[in-house]
Design a protein around this ligand. Structure first.
Ligand SMILES: [Zn+2]
Length: 293
């Protein structure tokens, strides 16, 4: 089940410390900070420090990347994608603690550096990843040794015209928690734990509600709130709880505006009742039992 981005097993390994996966707004912010710096630059060298992170094989990175120019930096779901010349693509998934940083070559390598891509301007693009779950998928032009990758099975982007349709269609067949549908990357690409909790709170819908019990009207409201929290998240350059920084090493600002996530037992900002924390759809979830039906 390589296509599932957030398996409960991965999450369990992080227990005891709050590791939080970058979601759409964070990856979008990384993209926006990296693109002006690295687009048009040529890759002059590659060093792989964590072989298992590079798919299908670390030698592919060393073989296909040097000498190529980074033409475009894009995002799809939680993947950051570099398109190089000759149709080579590199897809990064930051998982829990991955960071992608544009740094001068002389900056000492951070302890958990997994990949260094040297550019022709004297700077590096570096992946630093404390928990080492982040992945780097190389798509060679001939499809050589293509590794299975969740990128290939992603559902629509939240702002796509068919996003709401995809959610409602998936929910019709599911009695499990609505939160599980929102987190399913094959249904909708980009949402993770924080933005689902925030969207469900703003929509007044309990995360444990069976997905197939939501009315048409509730889906419309929920979808509006998903778009709203993602837009706000992007506008505030993402949420930094612990590890996330953008391509220039700067934290985001949306953590100051979260209404439920990370507010366990604190007073609900709407009704004053304590915010509840429970494991729903395999994830630690924050909600107000009074405001969310
Ligand atoms: Zn409340």
């Amino acid at each position: 089940m390589y296509a599932v981005d957030e398996s409960p097993i991965l999450y369990k390994k992080a227990k005891g410390a709050e590791f939080r996966m970058p979601e759409l707004p964070e990856v979008e912010t990384v993209k926006r900070t990296l693109a002006p710096e690295i687009e048009g630059k040529e890759i002059i060298g590659v060093e792989v420090f964590l072989a298992k992170a590079v798919k299908p094989r670390p030698e592919i990175a060393e073989e296909f990347l040097p000498g190529r120019v980074i033409q475009k930096v894009t995002r799809r779901g939680k993947y950051l994608i570099l398109t190089l010349d000759s149709q080579v693509k590199v897809a990064f998934h930051l998982r829990m603690t991955g960071q992608l940083l544009y740094q001068p070559r002389e900056t000492p390598l951070a302890k958990h550096t997994t990949l260094r891509v040297s550019l022709n301007d004297g700077f590096d693009l570096r992946m630093v990843d404390q928990r080492k779950f982040g992945t780097i998928n190389i798509f060679a032009p001939d499809g050589a040794g293509l590794a299975p990758c969740g990128l290939l099975t992603l559902g629509p982007e939240p702002f796509d015209v068919d996003a709401l349709f995809s959610l409602k269609k998936a929910a019709r067949r599911r009695k499990g928690p609505v939160k599980g549908v929102l987190l399913d990357q094959q249904v909708l690409a980009g949402l993770g734990n924080i933005y689902t909790d925030e969207a469900l709170f703003r929509a007044g819908i309990n995360p444990a509600r069976p997905a197939n019990s939501l009315t048409e009207e509730e889906w419309t409201i929920l979808y509006e709130q998903i778009c709203r929290v993602l837009t706000e998240g992007i506008n505030h350059r993402g949420t930094t709880r612990r590890d996330y920084v953008d391509g220039r090493g700067q934290p985001g600002g949306y953590q100051k505006l979260l209404k439920v996530y990370g507010r366990k037992r604190m007073a609900c900002l709407v009704c004053g009742e304590p915010i509840k924390y429970a494991r729903i759809a395999g994830r630690g979830s924050h909600f107000c039992p009074h405001c969310q039906k």
